[in-house]
Design a protein around this ligand. Sequence first.
Ligand SMILES: Nc1ncnc2c1ncn2[C@@H]1O[C@H](COP(=O)(O)OP(=O)(O)OP(=O)(O)O)[C@@H](O)[C@H]1O
Ligand SMILES: [Mg+2]
Length: 235
Amino acid sequence: MLKVESAVVRYGQITALHGVSFEVGQGEIVTLLGANGAGKTTTLRMLSGLHTPASGVISFEGRDITKIPAHQFANMGISHVPEGRRIFSVMSVEENLDMGAFGRKDKYDDDMERVYTMFPILKERRKQMGGNLSGGEQQMLAIGRALMSRPRLLLLDEPSMGLAPMIIDQIFRIIGEIRDSGTTVLVVEQNAAQALRLADRGYVMENGRIAFTDQASALLDDPRVRAVYLGEGID
Ligand SMILES: Nc1ncnc2c1ncn2[C@@H]1O[C@H](COP(=O)(O)OP(=O)(O)OP(=O)(O)O)[C@@H](O)[C@H]1O
Ligand SMILES: [Mg+2]
């Protein structure tokens, strides 16, 4: 579904991605792991057209999207939940969801209902300002907003960041449901153990490169992953 070949992304003089290659298949949950600064966010931003690769090729559903600018990404089938969530804090929950449907000419009431079914707390709070929600609720809203464009590929940047374990469990369960309902998922996570339990496959990034890749279950047992990303005491 998605294929990235030898992508190079630079910030001025700094090269953030040194020829990154990976694939995501239809219906998969794929996780990108890596230390701070490894290039995970840059990779997702590149897939939303926010960074154009200096070289390399990105194809999505067989189409070359390497040079498509961000504003043309709406309605392409890729939706991005950025790091730090970035919901609109002075808009209500409902207005945030409306923004997620921006550009759609059809009716999207069903999609909003689907988001509310997925996250009942958002329905209760639908008139509240985004900025007054808890961190977990904001993450739910950010995911809900991204689903309003009916993406076929959902990009999630650290959805568990700063959230309590119980909320993280809930978010991860819902990511599984999103996939089960037919949306392919690429998720960046610091929480490697939980991400690998959910994902089908994983890629480990180091210094702007893919260091290694495997089935998620194999990565959970991989000594390189255990040493660096899982620490001690993992079951
Ligand atoms: N706007 C920018 N200008 C210059 N350098 C940047 C910019 N954004 C990121 N970088 C650099 O690019 C590299 C990759 O950053 P990126 O944010 O993609 O990493 P990350 O894996 O998402 O890290 P984290 O886990 O901390 O979120 C880092 O060396 C970072 O300092
Ligand atoms: Mg990041």
